[in-house]
Design a protein around this ligand. Structure first.
Ligand SMILES: [Zn+2]
Ligand SMILES: [Zn+2]
Length: 136
């Protein structure tokens, strides 16, 4: 089972089963909605998805016709996106509380991508914040 929650913890969901693959979306609406270079997204069947807390705190913004991005009105976390006519709901992986199964498949919408982020460029990786300066 997969579970996730918003930043303040009042909105929580569960999904039966495990994630398949996922993608990193660089479209302008994802960048603006999340305030970041891209949004990591996995589609799961609506029949497997349920809200378990805080559904009344959700608000949905229709970012393009028929596409609703749901966020917590208390803390602002974007949790899912939904096109009512489709059988899947899109999880925003930053809100997962369980480990993500499956593999990242690709980056999409790089034509819209932030010019200051290049997914092909390897950068130094630190386990936490900037490492402490070496001591003599
Ligand atoms: Zn919240
Ligand atoms: Zn997007």
């Amino acid at each position: 089972m997969i579970s996730g929650s918003c930043l303040c913890g009042q909105v929580r969901y569960e999904v039966d089963g495990e994630l398949g693959g996922f993608v990193h979306c660089h479209c302008q609406t994802c960048r603006k909605a999340h305030g970041s270079a891209f949004s990591s997204v996995a589609a799961v069947p609506k029949t497997a998805f349920r809200w378990v807390a805080g559904e009344s705190l959700l608000k949905a913004y229709e970012s393009s016709p028929g596409k609703f991005r749901s966020f917590c009105t208390n803390c602002g976390s974007h949790i899912v996106a939904n096109r009512p006519a489709q059988p899947v709901i899109l999880l925003r992986l930053g809100c997962l509380d369980t480990p993500a199964q499956g593999e990242p498949k690709c980056h999409i919408w790089r034509s819209d991508g932030a010019p200051w982020y290049d997914p092909g460029k390897n950068l130094p990786v630190f386990a936490e914040g900037f490492p402490a300066p070496p001591r003599e």
